[in-house]
Design a protein around this ligand. Structure first.
Ligand code: PMP
Length: 360
């Protein structure tokens, strides 16, 4: 391919090129073992070093306090929709904020469990999820947790501030803005994220669980039990070894970018450029309320479906891949995760201006 491809996918998403180059150079022979990482035993010392480095790097990047466990799991963020209530809310009430498609899936998964009462305490569904709703000041202190989706991948909204509810922990689906925000881990009881956006390949899910929330009684299925996974340092069964290796390389790369503060400054710059261009345009509009706008997923529309389609088709020809909005909302969506280059945003803006001149 001689043309530059910019991958705006919401996930699996663009990865840092230097990470892919290291993976390539180590593909056939990892550190003199004569094997690729994929072929290493998960009980080998070489793999143990990889998983330990991955954990300590993530702890350093996110400033994870010692009283939190870091778990490398499988099943995607979607399995966490069930694991969170199973581990934290048996026989209790679980509270949810509904901010979009993924929140709704988390709510349905909790509702499907028998001995858990689910209550939605705030929702922006009536506003078509174009903002983060106003949240209650206080909640029932007997509730097991309040679940939020910090960044709504499809709708393009994010929490500017994390609410605090006394003894009731906040549980967060941080799939699409982990390592791209200035939230503090201490403000959460559990954080989970599918890896395939800011962390690495699909197949790995990271969960960060405050120790006092580890269930005291075994969960009926061992694989779904946070306490058991923690006790076994994520090696209860064979973990997704190659995905963990790539995650480790991504964490090293984020550290080289100045850590989360450094990368978030770059994310802000990229997002601001695109939001400014949308603001300036007479053709493109953002459907999202200003105070709720996401840095990582930026939807925009012309207001005319046929024109959106024409834009998306012309964009593809220019090498702008995966710009089409989620099938549930239409229009366009630029996902600007940590590894997405600034030049790609500049190229997109130049293309949008050209399209507007020709079609505006
Ligand atoms: N939550 C959010 C916010 C997401 O963006 C996604 C995936 N796009 C999911 C959950 C589901 O993740 P998975 O496919 O890893 O189950």
């Amino acid at each position: 391919i001689c043309m530059t491809i910019y991958n705006f996918s919401a996930g699996p998403a663009v990865l840092p090129k230097p990470v892919l180059e290291i993976a390539q150079s180590e593909m056939l022979d990892y550190k003199g073992s004569g094997m690729s990482v994929m072929e290493l035993s998960h009980r080998s010392s070489l793999f143990e070093a990889i998983i330990q480095d991955a954990e300590s790097l993530l702890r350093e990047l996110m400033a994870i306090p010692d009283n939190y466990k870091v778990l490398f799991l499988q099943g995607g963020a979607s399995l966490q929709f069930s694991m969170v209530p199973l581990n934290l809310a048996q026989g209790k009430k679980a509270l949810y904020v509904n901010t979009g498609s993924w929140s709704k899936k988390a709510i349905s998964a909790a509702k499907a469990l028998e001995n858990i009462e689910v209550e939605v305490i705030a929702s922006s569904e009536e506003q078509n999820f174009t903002s983060i709703p106003e949240l209650p000041e206080t909640v029932d202190q007997k509730a097991a947790y309040v679940h939020i989706t910090t960044n709504n991948t499809i709708e393009g909204t994010a929490y500017a501030k994390i609410p605090s509810y006394g003894d009731v922990p906040v549980v967060a689906d941080m799939s699409s803005n982990i390592l791209a925000n200035d939230y503090k881990v201490e403000d959460f009881g559990v954080i989970y994220a599918g890896a395939q956006k800011n962390i690495g390949p699909a197949g790995l899910t990271v969960a960060i669980v405050r120790e006092d929330l580890l269930n005291q009684e075994a969960v009926f299925a061992p694989m779904l039990d946070y306490a058991l996974q923690a006790k076994n340092n994520s090696l209860y069964n064979t973990p997704p070894t190659y995905a963990i290796y790539i995650a480790k390389l991504v964490f090293e790369w984020v550290k080289e970018q100045g850590g989360v503060a450094g990368i978030t400054a770059k994310d802000r710059e990229k997002a601001q450029l695109l939001y400014d261009a949308i603001e300036k345009s007479n053709l493109f509009k953002s459907p999202v309320e200003k105070a709720s706008r996401s840095l990582t997923n930026i939807p925009f529309v012309t207001g005319d479906e046929a024109l959106d389609k024409a834009f998306n088709q012309a964009a593809l020809v220019e090498g702008f891949e995966n710009l089409t909005g989620h099938r549930s909302v239409g229009g366009m969506r630029a996902s600007l995760y940590n590894a997405f280059p600034l030049e790609g945003v500049e190229a997109l803006i130049a293309f949008m201006e050209k399209f507007e001149q020709e079609n505006g």
